[in-house]
Ligand binder design. Structure first.
Ligand SMILES: C[S@@+](CC[C@H](N)C(=O)[O-])C[C@H]1O[C@@H](n2cnc3c(N)ncnc32)[C@H](O)[C@@H]1O
Length: 277
């Protein structure tokens, strides 16, 4: 593999935290007003969290972590490996007056970072930009299972792996449609060099190189099954919560989602609820 993918990705995420806090980054006004807006796919999948203990993996700057606390969760713990993201998350929680806890850890080592918390969460939540950042999907699924109480559930929402085959600059891109970029079954990690940011295209990142993996759908489902989780719901969505491709348009009814302008050529989002038996 050669590159130290963790160091590469962490440097990029450390820098993005500031980009996401700056104008043109994440809109946190609803959080500050008392009820942070979540995208409707993740929110529907998550359901009622009142009174539940929720572990939020790869919490980034804590926007969804705080939003979950604002929906009445009994306790929310956010985990991320980026110190600047966690500092922003702690500041947001303090500003919003919610009691979320944030822990610095690689997601694949979160069991060691949260000792004594095995089988203690009702929900493990991970959304939008999560499993693509590391190769060890079975290890991730074991971490999820480790933290869930029996009967507790993973709530997952992210890009559909089929959509990750495509890119705006991929082969035969045109007519507003993205082109072929990553073979679906490639499995090897890929290095990308993209100075722009998904929330702020105009940003120019110094740490523009990242490494990511396309995990096929069956790898995701099989990793969850092997970790002892039972699928309760799997959904494919013709929408995602960011402008994944230039040709997507904002949903006219639901401003938290982006869709194809005409034919829904490909699934864009994937959501899964999986229960620990
Ligand atoms: C796109 S964000 C997560 C999604 C969140 N819903 C959002 O949109 O803000 C990705 C996060 O994953 C974190 N991350 C990436 N690889 C990680 C790893 N191996 N361990 C822990 N956190 C990781 C990054 O620091 C970043 O905060």
């Amino acid at each position: 593999m050669g590159e130290d993918w963790r160091a590469l990705n962490r440097a990029s995420w450390d820098e993005r935290a500031a980009v996401h806090l700056a104008p043109g980054g994440y809109d946190l006004s609803s959080h500050r007003a008392g009820r942070g807006r979540m995208d409707s796919i993740a929110e529907a999948e998550l359901g009622d969290v009142a009174g539940l203990r929720v572990l939020h993996l790869q919490c980034h700057i804590g926007d969804d972590t705080v939003a979950i606390a604002q929906r009445g969760a009994a306790e929310v713990v956010g985990v991320d490996f980026s110190p600047p993201a966690l500092a922003a998350a702690r500041a947001l929680a303090a500003e919003c007056g919610v009691a979320a806890r944030f822990v610095e850890s690689d997601v694949l080592a979160a069991d060691a970072a949260l000792p004594g918390e095995a089988a203690s969460f009702d929900r493990v939540f991970a959304s939008w930009g999560t499993i693509w950042w590391f190769p060890d999907l079975p290890g991730w699924a074991r971490i999820v299972a480790h933290f869930l109480k029996p009967g507790g559930a993973l709530v997952f929402a992210d890009a559909h792996p089929v959509a990750l085959v495509f890119d705006d600059v991929g082969r035969r891109a045109g007519d507003g449609l993205p082109g072929w970029e990553v073979p679906y079954f490639e499995r090897a990690g890929r290095i990308w060099d993209e100075p722009g940011d998904y929330a702020n295209e105009g940003a120019r990142l110094q740490n523009s190189r990242t490494m990511s993996w396309l995990h096929p759908l069956t790898d995701i489902l099989e990793a969850l099954r092997a970790a002892g989780l039972r699928l309760e719901r799997v959904r494919e969505h013709p929408a995602v919560c960011w402008q994944m491709f230039r040709g997507l348009v904002r949903d006219e009814v639901d401003p938290t989602l982006w869709r194809w302008p005409g034919e829904a050529w490909l699934p864009l989002g994937l959501s899964i609820t999986a229960v620990k038996g």
